[in-house]
Design a protein around this ligand. Structure first.
Ligand SMILES: [Zn+2]
Length: 551
């Protein structure tokens, strides 16, 4: 096994930790289930799904654990706002998360532990921290972690607790907390909080803090010192720093063999200025003076509305701000994964994510063309997928049609080529999961497969090698590895819906054209075809019938 990865804890490239030969244990922090996810949340499931697929392709068994945070203040807030039971809110968004990640081509993890099912383990872990003097109970009945007691606090996020405490900046030292980076292990329930939001504990009814669940659940399923801990870069501090403090205070040795953090998906508000042409012109200096304008937040809509309400009397800077907020609201809407999936296929989103190394930032772009919202890089990924699936269909058909090797036929030409493509592909993924690099040998393999299909008499062994290679590479990336007919049906269905077309109308036109051809009214047939082309419908004349697709 030659897989190496960048370990975020040591900032070094290290071999894959292997507590057990031939097996890998992986824990990835999952979602807090209080709403639908955005595109940024889509990156970790895709990245770690490919990691698991790659390690399995190399013959390793992978135990992949991803949790659901189903007890949380945000879930309770949604429940209060909607009048639902918090458990029903969590259940609904767990189902939504499963649907969304399945649309992205992610397989379910081996285990999906929930906080609500691990209260005893969480309480036991807090008790162990109290017994060892790493935690304290406040007068209000909350339990806090005493970060000053853990000498290594800050080692993951490279923060110096002694000299740089202020930069931790989460809450103030008050009656309850001894230090500003101390964090809640157990929160005592308030008197008015209802059933379903409180659980009994030695410190009274309440609920766990966020960080403790991952220490308790990773230990319950994988034990201490599992191989890999993963998650988004935003979790490095405080979440993962706190997990380390909790786990390593109770058990000996490192919590995980190595840490993998994926980078952000960033919204590039300055690019794609075509969306609001005057934004860029009005911007000089504004982003520098107000860096928070680069981020999308929930209050953007409110600020846009406030400025828009007095649009007639705005000074130049406020007018520029209005343009920025308006664009942020529009881009923010498309940043929601479900909105995005109404326009592009989940597999295209996956291919787009894999086009950039997981640690590098990935820019999310929205543009406007003739009044239509466009998502240029993801739409390009979808086109590429169509080419992948078409090639796989063509290859399967060609293989089925070509007969056995005739005596005296030329030898196969591409066997070594495909062996090398697989080797290059694996080498790229072995190099810190360089999916962007792995797409090169994948593309080369597709080109060669197409060349073989176009040959007059391709060698059956070449076709077999092409098919086997594409199946192997596609299944490792989880790209173009599903039923092609389903893919095209899905893409066509979505495209005609977006354009407001009706399937029955298209079918009727196609039928009229077929009849015109049968009557030898070719001018009429061509006219109908032109009409369909203008609607973005492509016809495929087969031996017995004509099928169509939206392009
Ligand atoms: Zn976690």
């Amino acid at each position: 096994m030659s897989f190496r990865l960048h370990d975020s804890l040591t900032d070094a490239t290290v071999p894959l930790p292997a507590r057990t030969p031939d097996a890998t244990s992986l824990y990835v922090c999952g979602p807090t289930v209080y709403g639908y996810i955005h595109v940024g949340n889509a990156r970790p499931p895709v990245v770690f799904d490919v990691l698991v697929r790659h390690l399995e392709a190399q013959g390793r068994r992978v135990q992949y654990v991803r949790n659901y945070t189903d007890i949380d203040d945000k879930i309770i807030a949604v429940a209060n706002a909607t009048g639902d039971d918090p458990r029903a809110v969590a259940e609904r968004f767990i189902a939504a998360y499963r649907e969304d990640t399945a649309a992205l081509g992610c397989r379910p993890p081996t285990a999906e532990p929930r906080v609500s099912e691990h209260l005893p383990q969480i309480i036991a872990h807090v008790e162990a921290l109290l017994a060892k003097g790493f935690a304290y109970v406040t007068d209000e009945g909350d339990v806090y972690y005493d970060t000053a007691r853990f000498a290594d606090y800050g080692k993951l996020s490279k923060r110096d607790v002694a000299t740089g405490r202020a930069e931790f900046g989460r809450g103030k030292v008050g009656d309850c907390k001894r230090h500003e980076c101390d964090f809640a292990l157990w929160k005592r329930a308030k008197a008015h909080e209802p059933e379903g939001t409180r659980w009994p504990s030695p410190w009274g009814d309440g609920r766990p803090g966020w960080h403790i669940e991952c220490s308790a659940m990773s230990h319950a399923i994988l034990g201490h010192g599992f191989d890999l801990h993963g998650g988004g870069m935003d979790l490095k501090f405080p979440h993962h720093e706190n997990e380390i403090a909790q786990s390593e205070a109770v058990y000996d040795g490192p919590m995980a063999g190595a840490w993998m953090h994926n980078g952000f998906i960033e919204v590039d508000l300055e690019r794609g200025a075509s969306f609001a042409p005057d934004v860029a012109a009005r911007l000089p200096g504004l982003y520098e003076r107000e860096p928070e304008l680069r981020k999308i937040s929930k209050s953007d809509r409110q600020r846009r509305d406030e400025l828009a309400a007095r649009a007639d009397s705005l000074d130049a800077d406020d007018a520029a701000r209005l343009a920025v907020y308006a664009r942020k609201v529009q881009v923010g809407e498309w940043f929601q994964l479900r909105a995005l999936l109404s326009r592009v296929d989940g597999e295209a989103v996956r291919l787009w994510i894999l086009g950039t190394h997981y640690r590098a930032p990935l820019g999310f772009e929205v543009a406007e063309e003739g009044g239509t919202v466009r998502l240029p890089p993801i739409e390009a990924a979808e086109k590429r997928l169509e080419y992948f699936y078409d090639t796989r269909m063509k290859l399967a058909a060609r293989r089925a049609a070509v007969g056995p090797v005739k005596p005296g036929a030329p030898k196969p030409t591409s066997l070594e080529f495909f062996v090398k493509a697989v080797a290059d592909f694996d080498a790229a993924l072995d190099d810190d999961l360089n999916t962007a690099g792995a797409l090169d040998p994948l593309s080369r393999a597709f080109s060669r497969a197409n060349e073989l299909c176009d040959q007059k008499r391709p060698h059956p062994d070449d076709l077999e090698a092409a098919e086997r290679t594409l199946a192997r590479l596609c299944s490792t990336l989880g790209v173009a590895d599903r039923d092609p007919e389903d893919f095209f049906a899905r893409v066509t269905g979505r495209r005609i819906a977006v354009r407001g077309l009706v399937r029955g109308d298209i079918d009727a036109l196609v039928k009229a054209r077929t009849e015109a051809r049968a009557q030898r009214e070719f001018a009429r047939a061509d006219e109908i075809r032109a009409t369909l082309t203008a609607m973005g419908i492509e016809l495929r004349d087969g031996a017995s019938d004509t099928t169509w697709r939206a392009v």
